[in-house]
Every structure is written in C-alpha cells, then in structure tokens.
Design a protein around this ligand. Sequence first.
Ligand SMILES: [Zn+2]
Length: 106
Amino acid sequence: MSKLNINPPRDRETKGVVDGPHIILECSACGVPLVDCWITKPNFDIETKIQAECPYCGDHSFEETINGGFHLGITDHTILIDQIIDENNKVFIETAKGAKPWPNKQ
Ligand SMILES: [Zn+2]
C-alpha cells in the first residue's frame, strides 16, 4: 500500500452535497426570474419559506417552500442584495437589476 494514498480533500467538501433541482422564483406580476434557488442537500431536514422582491416592477414572487439545504444564486436579470429572515423563518430576498434588462428583448 502506497504511503501516498491520501484522500483528496474534495471527498470531504462535497459530502452530502448533490446537484439537486433548481427552483426559480419569478415575479408574480412581470414574470422576471428573480432568484435561482439550488437544492444541494435534499435530505437535510429543514423547511424554508422564501420570497423575493422584484427590482423592475416593485411587486414580488409568490412564496415558495423549499425542503432541504440550498444555495441562492443570481439570474441573468437580477443580483441579490440582502436577505431578511422573519420570526417565522421565512426568508425575504432583496434584489437589484442585473446584467440583462427586463422584459427580455428578443
Ligand atoms: Zn416584477
């Protein structure tokens, strides 16, 4: 057995993390994709309610319930500014206009 038989650190960093589904929060009024919610720990026993504000029309997304651990990402049209967690463990995400304008010009 080689003395150099070392486990690559990647094994530990990625333990329990999977490339799960993406849930895109869209504005309920103008339809712009606001937040990319990427589920990476579907077996993590936590439920989070999440909602995002729209930087284009001032409305917001519908509330989504996310099961498991997740990462939040930007979209082509928004960036993430801040997140506020209320007493009911609901996350409200503040966004700003991103790289591409909305509505999408074809
Ligand atoms: Zn909107």
